[in-house]
Design a protein around this ligand. Structure first.
Ligand SMILES: Cc1cc2nc3c(=O)[nH]c(=O)nc-3n(C[C@H](O)[C@H](O)[C@H](O)COP(=O)(O)OP(=O)(O)OC[C@H]3O[C@@H](n4cnc5c(N)ncnc54)[C@H](O)[C@@H]3O)c2cc1C
Ligand code: SF4
Ligand code: SF4
Length: 580
């Protein structure tokens, strides 16, 4: 119904909301509210740039399929990362400064788990100039590069030496942490984008490296699969196993007979997986590490779980000799170490204590001291210091060869491998379009720690609307008065005795109630979560919110610029801007 106003009297007095609409009270103010999102610290800290507050909001509203699609824009492996990522996002979560960090990692898994029957709407963009790209290696780096290159519309051929895809996710990480069914689902989703897969083809063996030249560009992600040698006497004894080989056999369904008592050498993820797998085969396990617990490079959760399951740790021990005893057991002589100074990579340095040794006996010895990159098939001019040598855009000295994952100089983790696959896909696109420059990356950065946004890149491609990078919201900018203290929710775990009887998954995820509580703990730092505070407190009633389409409008013709909305926004999304 249209309202008719009577302006015949000299003084128009607003007597109702309807009548006051004709008076543009908005002109009285000196400031106007502006809604602008900032980057949350969790998202900045996730190397894959996962849109964390956005997916938590959607999951909290029960819109998990949309939450999954939101993650998939930046990360093709939510089911894997939700299980085995070392979650640097949680370390930087602002909620951690208030009480305890939000369970982001568990929520990522939850979103994947509850949408297992959903076929997400992800399609490559149309790309008339459909160049051909070869990807070598199908670990998280190679599969991510293939995924993002397909989203960018390029034709991709993926070469994998093994008979199945997945790299360490398949042959390294055991079933009790990452079930093969989960990996299968993630890989199937990626392959639905039409990737030409060649398994059982080792580049440099089945086909020569030069054959890659038929492609317009190629991405090398062969990982670091070479077991490093300890260089000590007795290392070649039959009772001495390679950590990678041991896990490979277990992941192939084998149950190697390793004996009742096992010594594992190392402090990284491989050592933890070896130790916990050996427990599941019925062995008693000692892990010996040359530094202290504080320096162990393995994921903290894994160290903790290994301890809980009964792995014994011995620190500051370096093996110097292994010998076979008459009773077919082995004796390992260890040099005692102490921490003093720092090494070349600035890590605390372990130094031998002169004349101090310790001897341990066991039935078997498994070395898990790190892995090297097999460079034997790679041209010498693109490698350096045992790695493939790349610049900041992941390009080698040959402009059409790119590399990522464990084979380059970067932290060795699944999420960093994913990040390098994404960055290389963007680099290859920039290379094809002849516009490679640092600017190409700075516009799509998520905060300042190296994460990039593919969604922003795609929206800004070919002169589109790619938004400018946003600042990261600081903790004092959050108005914590609006939040009650609450405890963080951890994933439920399988009963320990039952867990040790086999290889079934240890972490059981969150229930729907636990997920709801977890999402409600998120501050939604720098992002509107439609809490309606501004709507309820606005004295003029000029704010409209649409949570379904995630939009918010302010009727500026009638906003007097009082600033109440900005004051009551808990997450620093509404700011008052002076009118010019
Ligand atoms: C036992 C273990 C447990 C781990 N646990 C975790 C964890 O819990 N969380 C985490 O974040 N990180 C973990 N990591 C580290 C993480 O798995 C790696 O950083 C990551 O897998 C590296 O990915 P990538 O794609 O570079 O290489 P990889 O995963 O190693 O994949 C490389 C692939 O390339 C193939 N390939 C090699 N050479 C050729 C060739 N010439 N031609 C064709 N194909 C080739 C290989 O067969 C392999 O499939 C773990 C590592 C290990 C070893
Ligand atoms: S991928 Fe890792 S860092 Fe990123 S949101 Fe998931 S758990 Fe956090
Ligand atoms: S409170 Fe939420 S948005 Fe803020 S840092 Fe933590 S998870 Fe991210």
């Amino acid at each position: 119904m249209e309202i008719e106003y009577d302006f015949s009297s000299e003084l128009a007095i607003p007597i109702s909301y309807g009548s006051s609409e004709v008076i543009e009270t908005g002109k009285w103010g000196f400031e106007k509210p502006e809604t602008a999102f900032l980057t949350a610290p969790c998202q900045e800290a996730c190397p894959a740039g996962n849109p964390i507050p956005q997916f938590l909001y959607l999951a909290g509203e029960g819109r998990c399929e949309e939450a999954l699609e939101t993650i998939l824009k930046e990360n093709p492996f939510p089911g894997v990362c939700g299980r085995v990522c070392f979650h640097p996002c949680e370390k930087d979560c602002h909620r951690g400064q208030y009480d305890e960090a939000v369970s982001i990692n568990a929520m990522e898994r939850y979103v994947f788990d509850v949408t297992s029957n959903h076929h997400p709407d992800i399609h490559p963009i149309s790309n008339a100039d459909s160049k051909r790209v070869a990807v070598v290696g199908s670990g998280p780096a190679g599969l991510s590069a293939a995924y993002f290159l397909r989203l960018l519309g390029y034709r991709v051929t993926l070469f994998e030496a093994r008979k199945a895809l997945g790299g360490v996710m398949r042959w390294g990480i055991p079933e009790y942490r990452l079930p093969k069914s989960i990996l299968k689902k993630e890989i199937e989703r990626i392959l639905q984008l039409s990737i030409d897969v060649k398994t059982g083809v080792r580049v440099g063996k089945e086909i020569p490296f030069e054959e890659l030249d038929q492609f317009d560009a190629f991405f090398l992600s062969p990982g670091a699969g070479l077991s490093l040698s300890l260089g000590i006497e007795g290392e070649d004894l039959k009772k001495v196993w390679r950590g990678g080989g041991f896990l490979d056999r277990i992941n192939s369904g084998d149950k190697p007979r390793i004996g009742k008592e096992i010594i594992v050498i190392g402090g990284g993820n491989t050592a933890m997986d070896v130790a916990r797998s050996a427990l599941r085969l019925g062995s008693r396990v000692i892990v010996a590490y040359r530094r202290t617990r504080a320096e162990m490079p393995a994921i903290q959760d894994e160290i903790h779980e290994a301890e809980e399951e009964g792995v014994r740790f011995e620190f500051l021990l370096l093996p110097v000799k292994i010998s076979l005893l008459k009773n077919r057991r082995i004796r390992v002589k260890f040099q005692r170490m102490r921490i003093r100074g720092r090494d070349q990579s600035n890590r605390p340095k372990a130094n031998p204590i002169k004349g101090e040794y310790l001897t341990l006996e066991a039935d078997g010895f498994i070395k898990a001291v790190g892995e090297g990159v097999d460079l034997s098939w790679i041209p010498g001019n693109i490698s350096k210091n045992g790695l493939i040598d790349v610049n900041s855009s992941l390009t080698t000295s040959n402009p059409k060869i790119f590399a990522g994952g464990d084979a380059i100089d970067q932290p060795r983790a699944i999420v960093t491998a994913i990040a390098s696959g994404k960055k290389a896909a963007i680099s290859i696109d920039l290379y094809f379009r002849g516009c490679m420059s640092e600017d190409g990356f700075s516009k799509i950065r998520v905060g300042n720690k190296g994460a990039l946004s593919m969604a922003t890149y795609l929206s800004g491609k070919d002169g589109g609307n790619g938004s400018e990078p946003k600042d990261v919201i600081s903790y004092p900018q959050i108005n914590t008065l609006y939040f009650e203290h609450s405890k963080r929710i951890e994933m439920r775990k399988q009963d320990r005795n039952k867990a040790l009887k086999g290889f079934s998954e240890v972490n059981l995820g969150l229930t729907s109630d636990e997920a709801r509580i977890s999402t409600s703990r998120c501050f939604s730092c720098g992002t509107c979560n439609y809490c309606y505070n501004c709507y309820f407190f606005c004295p003029e009633g000029v704010i409209s919110l649409d949570p379904l389409h995630q939009t918010k409008t302010v009727d500026l013709d009638h906003c007097k610029g009082c600033g109440t909305c900005a004051k009551v926004c808990p997450r620093y999304v509404v700011l008052m801007k002076e009118l010019s």
